[in-house]
Ligand binder design. Structure first.
Ligand SMILES: NC(=O)C1=CN([C@@H]2O[C@H](COP(=O)(O)OP(=O)(O)OC[C@H]3O[C@@H](n4cnc5c(N)ncnc54)[C@H](OP(=O)(O)O)[C@@H]3O)[C@@H](O)[C@H]2O)C=CC1
Ligand SMILES: CC(=O)C(=O)O
Ligand SMILES: [Mg+2]
Length: 589
């Protein structure tokens, strides 16, 4: 007897009444089997046994296949006789992952699981989110990208290189899923704070989209990671025989613009007007221009500029509860004036301007940035990149950060330089001598690039700093007290933000949606968190947090007339929760 499988849909028809298996929850996508139901590819294959089912990560359940399923799907004999639950599988796997001492080995084990059993991967990740986030995301994903060529086992995501110029639409067609809702795309030129990793940057879109599913509940089959390969200027990679990308220097100018334009056109043509494209880890000389160019024609979002801004603004709104005052009472100084730095600066200014009805230019005067050449001041204006110009205030030139702190007297210091250990003892002490509770955010990733460690921030400020970092740090004991550092990472925002856009059918991203996301995230910080000095809620509650972010973003989108999914659901939080993919196994007939 043979079972027919149509275009990637397997024998795994879902028993709609089988709630005991979990999963199969009806959601806004109709059902999370939506793409399974559709006959999506033009061919069909036949299988004589369930051997193929065991090797299809979307449907594989491993030892959790029940006796009935094993009989029905030709699996008998292909598995050892024991049947175990998904919970037991999770228990076994987390023990297995913990046995690895090297984080990269944990990463590889997780990627291997994702390729073997997708639902188990997401269940494990969600059940142990605080422990596994640093494995599948920063900091370990940074090392994985650096070594991608040598650890490369299974291709993940879609590679679009210059070789595909002129036929990108055709290449998109090779991806097995057709019902794509979110693309995360990089060209690998600024991977975290590690610089140009070329094609090996693929780890980033893959990791970000894993978080879209785990943290935001966007189903995995709707997510498409893409790396655009235009070459690399990284000499080490160019000379590495295991490098997986094009071995020439980056193309720039018109050739680059044409490839990106073909890509953006093909994406819309293939997936429609409402496909969300998240730009990730592009270098700033392209990032701002791409966002500007496509924001009025596509649903685009730059995570490094906009997502980071939204997460930091949320942390600052929350921090006001700990330090008092409102945003206008604070003065901000950034080390790093690129995508993250100027993106955050602009959103702080926008929120302050709206809250106080003060012109943007006026509000900006309270925000200062330092780049690799020193404080951004008006005498440098002519030579500054366009995104720095609004921050060129009247002041004498200052080259050292510590001097800038002593002269400007910021209440908030934010590191977005990509340069590790730049918040030296002098710097933290200067912040602590000017402020009772200095707010210090060391946002650069991965951990090696963090402007300071949590221990340094607490010790050098004698336990007075309100500290958060882009990559996680363990709690620190100082003077008999335990300090828990928060993680100021855009991972809090983009999954819920994206879900909010998708579930409301939003057609364009507006800055007010970012503000809505910040306010929603800040509202999720509990008194218990504040009591610990935290300005972000723990990731353990991330699905609830994402639902609130999604709901607030969607509500704002409806208010602005950008949402196309009508009528507007009455209870947007419930609607967001109901929309989320659940990784529990489904029962197969
Ligand atoms: N926590 C989070 O969620 C996020 C963290 N990040 C992290 O932020 C970092 C920066 O990212 P991004 O803004 O996109 O990068 P960019 O390259 O756009 O900007 C980096 C900025 O840092 C400045 N800089 C570099 N070296 C120094 C130095 N020694 N002293 C002072 N300034 C310096 C650069 O100066 P110049 O302009 O003169 O070259 C530039 O202005 C990365 O490490 C990234 O991982 C980014 C996004 C999100
Ligand atoms: C977190 C992130 O997006 C970055 O470091 O680039
Ligand atoms: Mg990024």
């Amino acid at each position: 007897m043979e079972k027919e499988i149509n275009g990637g849909s397997t024998v795994a028809d879902v028993d709609d009444n089988a709630t005991s298996c979990g999963g199969g929850v009806r959601d806004v996508y109709g059902e999370d089997k939506a793409s399974e139901d559709r006959l999506v590819t033009p061919w069909s294959v036949s299988v004589a046994s369930g051997y193929t089912l065991l090797r299809d990560p979307r449907f594989n359940k491993g030892l959790a296949f029940t006796e009935k399923e094993r009989d029905a799907h030709y699996l008998s004999g292909l598995l050892p006789p024991i049947v175990i639950s998904q919970e037991t599988q999770v228990k076994k796997l987390i023990q297995h992952i913990r046995q690895y001492e090297v984080p990269l080995h944990k990463y590889m084990a997780m990627m291997d699981l994702q390729e073997r059993n997708e639902r188990l991967f997401y269940k494990l990740l969600l059940d142990h989110v605080e422990e596994l986030l640093p494995v599948v995301y920063t900091p370990t994903v940074g090392e994985a990208c650096q070594k991608y060529g040598s650890i490369f086992m299974h291709p993940q995501g879609l590679y679009i290189s210059l070789k595909e110029k002129g036929r990108i639409l055709e290449v998109l067609g090779n991806w097995p899923e057709k019902n794509i809702q979110v693309i995360v795309v990089t060209d690998g030129e600024r991977i975290l704070g590690l610089g140009d990793l070329g094609c090996q940057g693929m780890g980033i879109p893959v990791g970000k989209l894993s978080l879209y599913t785990a943290l935001g509940g966007v189903r995995p089959s709707s997510c498409l990671p893409i790396t655009i390969d235009v070459g690399t200027n990284n000499e080490k990679l160019l000379n590495d025989e295991l490098y997986i990308g094009l071995k020439h220097r980056r193309v720039t100018g018109q050739e680059y613009a044409e490839l990106l334009n073909e890509f953006m056109t093909a994406v819309k043509q293939n997936y429609g007007e409402k496909i969300l494209v998240q730009f990730e880890d592009f270098a700033n000389h392209n990032a701002f221009d791409l966002l500007e160019k496509y924001r009025s024609t596509h649903l685009v979002f730059n995570d490094d500029i906009q997502g980071t801004a939204s997460v930091v603004l949320a942390g600052l709104i929350a921090a006001l509860k700990l330090v008092g005052g409102n945003l206008t009472d604070h003065r901000f100084l950034f080390l790093g004036a690129g995508e993250a730095g100027t993106g955050i600066a602009e959103l702080i200014a926008l929120e302050t301007s709206k809250r106080t009805n003060t012109p943007l230019d006026e509000v900006r005067k309270n925000i200062w940035l330092v780049d690799s050449k020193g404080l951004i001041v008006s005498s440098r204006k002519e030579s500054l990149q366009h995104f720095k110009k609004p921050w060129a205030h009247e002041h004498e030139p200052v080259t050292e950060l510590v001097d800038a702190i002593n002269q400007i007297k910021p209440t908030v210091l934010i590191g977005t330089s990509g340069q590790g250990r730049t918040f030296t003892k002098d710097v933290v002490e200067a912040m602590a001598s000017n402020n009772e509770k200095p707010i210090i955010l060391a946002l650069s990733n991965p951990t090696s690039q963090s402007e300071c460690t949590a221990e340094e921030a607490y010790t050098w400020s004698e336990g007075r700093a309100i500290f958060a970092s882009g990559s996680p740090f363990a709690p620190v004991e100082f003077d008999g007290k335990v300090f828990v550092p928060g993680q100021a990472n855009n991972a809090y925002i983009f999954p819920g933000f994206g879900l909010g856009l998708i579930m409301s059918g939003t057609i364009r991203v507006h800055d007010d949606l970012l503000l809505a996301a910040s306010e929603a995230l800040a509202s999720q910080v509990s008194q218990e968190d504040y009591d610990k000095g935290l300005i972000y809620p723990p990731f353990t509650n991330i699905r609830k947090i994402s639902a609130h972010i999604a709901a607030n973003v969607a509500a704002k989108s409806y208010e602005l007339g950008l949402a196309t999914r009508l009528p507007q659901p009455k209870d947007l939080v419930k609607f967001a929760e109901g929309s989320m993919y659940t990784p529990a196994y489904r029962c197969y007939r």
